[in-house]
Design a protein around this ligand. Sequence first.
Ligand code: 9MR
Length: 629
Amino acid sequence: MTIKIQKPRFQKSVQYLCGFILTSAAFLTASAQAATCTYTVINEWNTGFQGSITIANNGTTAINGWNVGWQYTSNKITSSWNATLSGSNPYTASSLDWNKTIQPGQSVSFGVQGDKNGGAAEKPVVTGSVCSATTSSASSVASSASSVESSVASSAVSSSVKSSSSVASSVASSTATGQQCNWYGTLYPLCNTTPNGWGYENNKSCIAAVTCSAQPAPYGIVGTVSSVSSAASSRSSSSVASSVKSSSSSVASSSIASSVISSVISSIKSSSSSSKISSSSVASSISGVVSLKALVDFPIGVAVGAGSESDSIINSSTATQQQAIAFQHFSQFTAGNIMKMSYLHPSETSFTFTQADELVAFAAQHGIKIHAHTLIWHSDYQVPNFMKNYTGDFAAMLKTHIQTVTSHFAGKVDSWDVVNEALAEDGDGAAVNGFRNSVFYQKMGLDFIDQAFINARAADPAADLFYNDFNIENGGTKTTNLLALVDGMKTRGVPITGVGFQMHVLLDWPSASTIEAAMKAVADRGLKVKISELDVRVNNKYNSSAPVYTSLTPSVAALQKERYRQIVAAYVKVVPPAQRAGITVWGIWDADSWLNTASEPDWPLLFDINFLPKPALQGFANGLTGSNQ
Ligand code: 9MR
């Protein structure tokens, strides 16, 4: 498979600057092939732990393939991701095809989860031929200005880059000045030695200066503060510059420092805000949450673009960043669009599977399952024209559609949304018996649903078959109608496996108890329950007295984090393990959400426009683990 990466205008210089900053932040010697191998304990609880091993290429040539090892005194690994693990203390981990190459300035992280086995969560030394640089240590921070300058000088780079590297090293060591990172409204220490992403130093999580600075305004590096709001307001290039000035004698001129650091940060921002940073090092290694999918044994999914879509996870200009996140956190994909009716069956006699086949193969190659969406959907622009105007035997035509599509993907997808959104919305005047008055209902009545499931089951005996809808979690008439529908299907012997709750919800609606009751009612009927399209928009356009957010403020980011925690916790609470079909988020990053438009901006997902994790990601993880951090 060829991955085409479109080179954005600023990419090269930003990448170069980023790489250089990372390098100098770690104060590396000028080795051509030096990688720093770091083991970080990301999370621990009574009996278990999660660790992350990062290999940061601080050299000047690419690493092609890696193999590292380590040994615990008592801990034992129970699962791992993003590497091939072998051995059982000592352990070794080797690269996978997609993460074997580490370009200079980039890093790769993989994760492990394990049992503390009576001991503490250990931090073993990571060794391997690739780990030729020393692991990060406090002494490297104490390097003198002259050693920084000499390493900069030996790198033969332009003078402006030299200045920025000096500034970056000052910023990286600026915890001494009281600087912290305002991470979406929560203050964390800045790392002293971790070059990028999240680190764990002095028994605390910390955020590397470069990663902190790459957040959108008003977040970033802040001076000594006593509250988040003052933290946010104190962030400015002058506050950064002044602390740079006071914290480092290596910066020759504070005015240079100030202008260089703001230009570096704004270069990063201007490039990344248009989703143009091609380096996966930022996205792949940041997050206090190592891996959502590793926290549970049910699917954690995400909707993705593919085929010729501009947000394709396979070959768009943002593919690298998307893949880094997807491989780290998600075990299942749903095609956001390309497996809908009009894509797969555009005319009566033609089926077009090429784009979907590519996505299914891509997912399989990376060990990711597919939840397929969707065999029947009323939505006007997703119903092929030939179906809208069909004058022949409608039931026979629909049977051919279902069986051709389902049998094509049989064995390659785990589950299908067989029918999407057949129930009428509360208050829908055109509704008939609680059903949406779609072309399918007009032609076949309720039988279109039964037949769709029966025909899908005949074509794929193994796939889980779901009815999928929105607002069925709100405890209103639609929830009542859903339960009547599934009860009727079960009575009629229709092979339905479960219900997909889309869950395009608001910050405060529906209530957690209402959501729990609706999911429990479905689970109590012996059906699987899936949260199939989760997103949490922060603006409520349906309520004119609701607050209007024009940016993701710290307070609303915290509300959204709590809302994600609440929903995920509700799912885990009321759905028995054997009936958990998983939780899927409707998109990877905010810039790509269907709810975020120019006229109505919103921030509904787990990763921001720069592909950086939001507090919502932590909230989601907390919901999975039962934590409240
Ligand atoms: O997110 C999808 C968007 O990109 C498409 O334009 C739209 C129409 O095909 O569908 C969106 O996804 C919908 C999903 O298929 C069904 N539930 C509602 C989702 C959001 O509209």
